[in-house]
Design a protein around this ligand. Sequence first.
Ligand SMILES: Cc1cc2nc3c(=O)[nH]c(=O)nc-3n(C[C@H](O)[C@H](O)[C@H](O)COP(=O)(O)OP(=O)(O)OC[C@H]3O[C@@H](n4cnc5c(N)ncnc54)[C@H](O)[C@@H]3O)c2cc1C
Length: 460
Amino acid sequence: MRAQRDHELAVDALRRSYAAVPPGHPVRLAKRTSNLFRPRSATGTPELDVSGLGGVLSVDPVARTADVQGMCTYEDLVDATLPHGLMPLVVPQLRTITLGGAVTGLGIESTSFRNGLPHESVLELDVLTGAGEVVTAGPDGPHADLFAAFPNSLGSLGYATRLRIELQPVGRAVALRNVRFTRLTELTDAIADVVAKGEWEGRPVDAMDGVVFSPGESYLVLGSFTDEPERLSDYTGQDIYYRSLRRRVRDTLSGHDYLWRWDTDWFWCSAAFGVQHPVVRRLWPARWRRSDVYHRLVRLEHRHQVAARVDRWRGRPARERVVQDVEIPLDGTAEFLRWFDREVGMTPVWLCPLRLREPAGPGSARAWPLYPLHPGRTYVNIGFWGSVPIAAGAADGDVNRSIERAVSELGGHKSLYSDAYYDRAAFDRLYGGETWRAVKDRYDPDHRLTGLYEKAVARR
Ligand SMILES: Cc1cc2nc3c(=O)[nH]c(=O)nc-3n(C[C@H](O)[C@H](O)[C@H](O)COP(=O)(O)OP(=O)(O)OC[C@H]3O[C@@H](n4cnc5c(N)ncnc54)[C@H](O)[C@@H]3O)c2cc1C
């Protein structure tokens, strides 16, 4: 645990480094890891010192809350809460996602069908605003506008330095049922059923996500927390988790391994580096089977374009990066998946049902202006991460643009961690532009921090 005094010194260091950025120059975090996907131009300006803001300040097992620094990774956060039999209400799958990053950039995971998104279990947060002040924002009080607009602001309003979050009990293990469907409508009916009843075939469901391998072969993974584990599987070695869904009807993982089940192979994306080949896998050090290692390799490729050059040399078409997570209302999910299979054709695809959290029962959900999901409506997050060949006569970005159109037509939303192509008017309409501007003017009156549109679409 980090001492309160060290935290105060770290916040002072952050403020000083912010003051040292010359006006008019872009402001960036000096952070070791990132889960942003869009490439950004280098700035050459000194970055913000967040070196002392990566820890957990305290865990209160009785109140079931934790005080956590803004740049604490979920890996470190979970290491501090699991010994108490507790976990954050939503733990994004990638180990190096930070609490501040998930709250400002919207994380999601298999508990989201019940617990919503990470910001919905934040009780209060300290923010270094664009004006250089540290304010404490909560759902009520003088900074309630900042609290409401912070989720999906991507650091354009300020940086979270400390967050108080709720925790929930987790079993020592998670028992999984991998339920196969041959029709997409049966899969979406099953999601509706689990959401309505909180159980499947008589057993409570604490976590739910899924994978589509093709419209005729999809799986829901239904997890139940348990303290009486059967034999535990291990997917950190030679076995690969996503493949197990097709082989096994039931499975059990330790609570810890369940939370990081997707990190080891970055869902299935480690295949791009050969890590799923049995020989390479045996030689690839276990400590490198992590999403941040793969992410670093992707960044190297962005910089040096080795694969793109080899493709050109072999006469292969250039490729468009299609790395997105989109939220589609449940009743349009089967239609979107069929359209995606036909028009884009990337597999597998990750599914994660979500609803805004209803902390005091049905009807108690609140809406969040910069990512306006409807209270009481079930959505499915659909994640796809790869690339497609650019067809003759098409331009780079066309496939992403057609996805943006399909998502909007179905009443969905798109996360902003990757490429986006909206014009400003559409962006403002979809992402609460008016609210964002009012809060920006109040907390960053000189607009020193890069704007949301400039970050998300203009890649600044
Ligand atoms: C391939 C891929 C798959 C993904 N899959 C998932 C997934 O399955 N589940 C999931 O939950 N999420 C997923 N994400 C999204 C991820 O949760 C978000 O991108 C999140 O913002 C990353 O957090 P980070 O801590 O790595 O932030 P960074 O990548 O470092 O930063 C993201 C943005 O947030 C800002 N920021 C960072 N920290 C703070 C802070 N303390 N206060 C204010 N602003 C801050 C930065 O300025 C930046 O604009 C995925 C992303 C990628 C690239």
